[in-house]
Design a protein. Structure first.
Length: 343
């Protein structure tokens, strides 16, 4: 079974082809991704209308590119999967519209996939794929969640952010430091030349006794510290503040994740989403895994951001297990707000 996946939830247009295979082990045949980061830089963040228009321009050429690279024809597609939500309504409608049109043209079923489920399952495309059950740390854009995952489609929410997510804390701190958009990777690069213990910053909810997160106060603390440096802080001072902010975010993520593992008794962790590519986060989790004897799994680095491969994979895994084999293409809707526990 070959599944095409289309991702258009925000500022990346992704298309991929996955072969579920007779063995039941999905295999990525080809994927292509276009990032809109350069286009949105001038505005300091994503402009929804511009994002939607760019998806319109990119998705068909990316679809052709993926089929060519995979040596496949449109007629080889068995299922068309696309991101139904959550995300920007206009952007989601572009991917959904193309997917449904493709389904009608090929007389193939279509399947609307939950964006976070795609991230959650993306490590199954890695060489070191996980096994069920596991704890998952989802750190993608405006989402920071800890989940218990027992099987495809069986997810229990353990904790989530009550305000800003980790990715938002990275981006907003970066913007305060004048690093532009996208801020997370830029802040991490600046932090490499700074000292993580240079600036005392809060670790919100670190000792709350639950598995929820809060990062809005950390952003405010970064702003206060930056103002104290004066109108023209040195590069070294900015690097120290970036490193300290990154350390505060990572410390909270790691502490809560280790608590979730301890409470559940599970010995397997999956980290997914864009923040999952952060080097400090990976280093601290890998070190904790070595000390405590649990396994930690990540998606391939090029699949940490939004991409079509994770959407095709989620569609393939759901179809394989009979959870959702799709439906005949036709009228459709999208769900810009769609809790993962409601799929």
């Amino acid at each position: 079974m070959k599944v095409i996946g289309i991702e258009s939830s925000c500022d990346e247009t992704g298309v991929a082809l996955v072969d579920a295979g007779a063995s039941g082990t999905p295999r990525l045949l080809a994927h292509a991704l276009h990032s809109q980061a350069e286009m949105h830089q001038a505005y300091g963040g994503v402009v929804p209308e511009l994002a939607s228009r760019d998806h319109v321009r990119r998705v068909i050429p990316l679809l052709r590119q993926v089929l060519d690279e995979a040596g496949s024809r449109p007629a080889d597609i068995d299922l068309v999967a696309y991101t139904r939500g959550p995300g920007l309504a206009g952007a989601l409608l572009v991917g959904a519209g193309v997917a449904e049109a493709l389904g009608v043209a090929l007389d193939r079923p279509t399947l609307g996939v939950h964006h976070l489920e795609g991230h959650l399952l993306s490590p199954f495309l890695a060489a070191d794929a996980p096994a069920f059950p596991f704890i998952a740390l989802l750190v993608s854009g405006g989402h920071t969640q800890l989940m218990r995952v027992d099987e495809v489609g069986r997810y229990a929410l353990l904790g989530e952010t009550i305000d800003d997510a980790a990715g938002e804390a990275f981006d907003k701190s970066a913007k305060l430091l004048g690093l532009g958009y996208p801020g997370g990777p830029a802040l991490a690069r600046l932090a490499e030349s700074g000292r993580a213990d240079a600036v005392p910053l809060p670790r919100p909810l670190l000792h709350s006794g639950d598995l929820d997160f809060s990062f809005a106060g950390l952003k405010t603390a970064v702003m206060t510290r930056l103002r104290a440096l004066g109108p023209q802080p040195t590069e070294a001072a900015r690097a120290d503040l970036a490193a300290s902010a990154q350390a505060a975010i990572v410390d909270v993520l790691v502490a809560k994740t280790l608590r979730a593992l301890a409470d559940s008794g599970l010995q397997r962790l999956v980290v997914a989403g864009g923040v999952g590519a952060n080097r400090r986060l990976r280093a601290q989790l890998d070190a904790a895994a070595a000390r405590r004897g649990f396994r930690v799994h990540y998606p391939p680095l090029d699949l940490c951001t939004d991409n079509g491969a994770m959407i095709a994979l989620a569609g393939a895994l759901r179809a394989q297990r009979g959870l959702d084999r799709g439906r005949r293409a036709g009228p459709f809707d999208v769900r810009p707000r769609w809790p993962l526990d409601q799929i």
